[in-house]
Design a protein around this ligand. Structure first.
Ligand code: GDP
Length: 324
């Protein structure tokens, strides 16, 4: 693992890919290696701007990330793009699996694009993405973008692993018309109305001023930052530099009062507890005594014969009573 860590730090892309594959593996021996690797890399992590980017399918996320990434590369940055898409399976359907997305960016050595890991639970996908983020930082990527689809719980998971959460919107309509789930606008540190071009330009202006009004009514997540609403055209590359400037303002303001470091500390703590929850649950489900109870107890709970809390307690008692 020390060798692999050294190769990653020297910028070896195959080593980086191998490390992320190792992290995503569920085999216990792989997990032990992955933890050793992450520990070796830990001193070299944290030196990036961590951005979450979300929006409903079709809003232009991949077009935006491509334009944004190329702009940042021009300015000397290196960008890694990860995804959190719990619906994706190894066989396909992942939001970054499609090779035609971000075609130009994917050819650049200053960019690294990694699709969402396969996983049955959002928690499982999110924890591996966090670890992949650290590996990318150790590999020298100074901007990490975590992309997710704007359709549910994955937004919260992503907001909990980044410094700044950016929500992309379409011109026209409020949250419901745009298919945005409740609470997602509240997570945003920056709102961007995309497709502000051609026939859609006027509509994009109206949408931006509607949202600028709406976000002023929300309780700000930080006293240092009032959520900004910007417009861009990812297709024409307009408004992209202004978005990077807004990221800079955000980091300056929050960084000056130590809020980014504080947020990261809290995220690490929550991650630790999440890790405990996931690991314990997996161990409980593997326990032979518990396994032999699950089907019956689930049936009884579904039929209303046993209160759910009592069924849960019974399984936990079996688990805590010892190895069998
Ligand atoms: P995603 O599903 O959110 O990743 O969206 P895509 O990036 O795949 O874009 C969906 C569609 O919107 C594609 O046909 C894009 O060409 C188009 N699109 C993306 N950005 C813009 C933009 O700024 N202006 C216009 N007019 N179309 C755009």
């Amino acid at each position: 693992m020390a060798n692999l860590a050294a190769s990653i730090r020297s910028g070896d892309r195959r080593a980086l890919a191998r490390a992320i594959t190792l992290i995503e593996s569920t085999r216990p021996d792989h997990r032990a290696d992955a933890e050793a690797l992450l520990e070796a890399l830990l001193p070299y992590t944290g030196n990036s701007v961590r951005l979450g980017i979300s929006g409903v399918p079709g809003v232009g996320k991949s077009t935006f990330i491509e334009a944004f990434g190329l702009h940042l590369i021009d300015r000397g940055h290196r960008m890694a793009i990860l995804a959190v898409d719990p619906s994706s399976k190894r066989s396909g359907g992942s939001i970054l699996g499609d090779k035609t997305r971000m075609a130009e960016l994917s050819r650049r050595s200053e960019a690294y694009i990694r699709p969402s890991p396969a996983g049955t639970t959002l928690g499982g996908v999110a924890r591996r993405t966090r670890e992949a983020m650290h590996v990318c930082e150790a590999a020298g990527f100074d901007v990490i973008v975590v992309e997710t689809v704007g359709v549910g719980q994955s937004e919260t998971a992503v907001a909990d692993m980044v410094d700044m959460f950016v929500l992309l919107l379409l011109p026209g309509g409020g949250d419901e018309l745009q298919g945005i789930k409740r609470g997602i606008v509240e997570l945003a540190d920056l709102v961007v109305v995309n497709k502000a071009d051609g026939d859609l330009a006027a509509q994009a202006s109206r949408t931006a001023s509607d949202y600028a009004h709406a976000v002023r009514l929300l309780r700000p997540a930080s006293a240092e930052w009032q959520v900004e609403v910007l417009r861009c055209s990812a297709l024409e590359g307009k408004g992209i530099p202004e978005i990077w400037d807004a990221v800079g303002r955000y980091r300056d303001k929050l960084g000056a009062v130590g809020e980014i470091a504080k947020r990261r500390g809290e995220q690490a703590r929550a991650w630790m507890w999440g890790e405990i929850g996931e690991t314990l649950l997996a161990a409980l489900k593997r326990h032979p005594g518990v396994r032999s109870q699950i089907a019956d107890l689930e049936r009884d709970v579904i039929a209303g014969r046993i209160p759910p809390a009592k069924a849960a307690r019974r399984m936990i008692e079996t688990f805590l009573s010892g190895p069998n």
